[in-house]
Design a protein around this ligand. Structure first.
Ligand code: SAM
Length: 350
């Protein structure tokens, strides 16, 4: 086969960029865990100053800064020999409570390497891997990466896009957050709507323990957390049942939808937040699809397969989700309430 040199060089150019990103993944965690990004955000400094201020070794810091500068994650001024973060870099790299938490996402990347042996075996056998079998860095990474998206969008745009839900929450409503993980979304909603009552459900005991700790730390009294499967919680007459980035992980998403339908008030609303995806695979072959298919292959599909589920995957798309929720689950009204580049926000009503 003839190799076209231009095509080869284009491919290799992209691949070297990717190799650099992969080689830097653990160093992103180093920058986060040793406070290097947060210290750099305070102002321009030399490698020696950064090392001194973070109690780290200067030789390692010099090399780390070279890697970060080459990737465009920090700025270098050759005149002064100082390194710094731009406001945009600082926004994405230094604040776990802000609208973007890039290092948080790398805790998820870390989890995929812990699971590599299992992934290899599962590719052969077709078996799955339970959520709770993963390294705990997955749970923290999920909390951090998704919390940033919820901070940026949930209160200001997603809930207002649902018909009449914000008015109910302001007056005092009963809401469930199913598959709540560490409870980031539950706690955010509970803080914003103090007259409403929120129950977070998750089948993963360790996550519910952490969610309770997070709620206590936040001083939130109107949110509580229970260990329960999404097909088995016993709350009733909810005004809102929310699913944040979890319906596609579940082993029985049709059963989960049916259970939600009977647990909702007649005038209630199910909010299904899912990773953004188009319906056709060819329309998801882009940078966001790449991240999502990657996480889906190593985390979401195995979680569903572990209990013989349909493995909808993180790129299920609206049409497939409609089949699950309406055709299977029995909801009669279903629409895309809003979207972001990373999320579809779907509204389902009885
Ligand atoms: C990707 S995480 C999302 C967690 C959380 N909603 C968030 O946005 O941070 C998926 C969650 O779904 C939970 N989950 C999966 N299957 C479940 C089931 N059948 N019943 C209850 N929770 C389930 C997992 O334990 C995990 O916490």
């Amino acid at each position: 086969m003839a190799v076209d040199e231009t095509t080869l060089n284009e491919f290799l150019g992209r691949a070297v960029g990717d190799l650099g990103a992969a080689m830097s993944a653990a160093l992103m965690l180093v920058g986060d865990r040793l406070g290097l990004y947060r210290e750099l955000a305070k102002g321009a400094m030399t490698a020696g100053e950064l090392a001194q201020r973070t109690s780290t070794d200067e030789r390692y810091i010099r090399e780390w800064l070279g890697n970060q500068g080459a990737g465009g994650y920090v700025q270098y001024d050759p005149g002064s020999g100082e390194w710094s973060l731009s406001p945009e870099q600082a926004l994405c790299l230094t604040d776990p409570n802000g609208p973007i938490d890039l290092p948080g996402a790398y805790n998820i990347v870390e989890a995929t390497f812990h699971a590599l042996g299992r992934t290899l075996a599962d590719f052969k056998s077709g078996n799955g891997m339970e959520w709770g079998e993963h390294h705990p860095c997955l749970f923290v990474g999920t909390e951090r990466f998704f919390r940033a998206g919820y901070n940026a969008n949930l209160i200001g745009s997603w809930l207002p896009a649902l018909d009449g839900v914000v008015d109910k929450l302001k007056r005092g409503a009963k809401a469930a957050d199913v598959g709540c993980g560490h409870g980031a979304s539950t706690i955010l909603m509970a803080k914003t709507y103090p007259d409403s009552e929120f129950i977070g459900y998750d089948y993963h005991e360790d996550s519910i323990r952490v969610a309770r700790e997070r709620a206590a730390e936040a001083g939130v009294a109107n949110a509580r957390f229970e260990v329960a499967d999404a097909v088995g919680y016993d709350g009733k007459a909810f005004d809102l049942i929310a699913f944040f980035d979890c319906l596609h992980d579940m082993a029985d998403p049709v059963g989960v939808s049916r259970h939600a339908l009977q647990a909702l008030d007649d005038d209630g609303t199910a909010m299904i937040v899912e990773p953004f995806a188009n319906d056709r695979v060819q329309d998801n072959l882009n940078p966001v699809g790449r991240v999502m298919y990657g996480a889906s292959t190593q985390i979401c599909v195995p979680v569903s397969l572990a209990r013989n589920g349909p493995a909808l995957g993180a790129q299920a798309g609206e049409a497939r989700l409609r089949e699950v929720v309406v055709d299977g689950g029995g909801f009669t009204r279903f629409r895309r309430a809003t979207e972001t580049p990373f999320n579809l926000i779907l509204e389902a009503r009885p």
